[in-house]
Design a protein around this ligand. Structure first.
Ligand code: DQA
Length: 141
């Protein structure tokens, strides 16, 4: 089982800044992830959480569940949550970080990720393909 974690505000996808994040809703993204998971013959648990503590606790739970890995878009927490970074480092599960937008081409405060250094890799800027490529990479790890 792989855990897919969407961070804060991603529940608003579709209506949230569509010029930056596109018009797909979170349900659209999740459906395509489920289709890819079926093709790859893996099981997903997909969750969207707005709170930093909730995300930390969900990452801990993934360890108890013996998840095979975590695909995470930490959203705004990417840029400053040492707590989420430490949770990912602590559980030592294979992790891939993804972003819809290219965080390296946006405001300076988005160009740093404190979480990417504890992930196997980061995919940023490819819209839904960031998630789909990220899942493929995670399963291959
Ligand atoms: C994001 C980029 C973050 O900077 C932003 O806070 C988000 C979404 C992305 O997927 O492009 O909420 O992680």
């Amino acid at each position: 089982m792989y855990l897919v974690l969407h961070g804060p505000n991603l529940n608003l996808l579709g209506k949230r800044e569509p010029e930056v994040y596109g018009r797909l809703t979170l349900a659209d993204i999740n459906q395509q992830l489920e289709e890819l998971a079926a093709e790859l013959e893996v099981e997903l648990i997909i969750e969207q959480l707005n709170g930093e503590g909730e995300i930390v606790e969900r990452i801990h739970q993934a360890l108890e569940e013996e998840a095979d890995g975590i695909l995470i878009n930490p959203a705004a927490y990417t840029h400053y949550s040492i707590a989420i970074r430490d949770a990912l480092a602590g559980v030592e599960l294979p992790t891939v970080e993804v972003h819809l937008s290219n965080i390296h081409a946006r405001e300076e405060f988005r160009q740093q990720s404190v979480t990417a250094s504890v992930a196997a890799g980061q995919i940023s800027g490819l819209g839904i393909d960031s998630y789909l490529l990220g899942l493929r990479a995670l399963v291959n790890l």
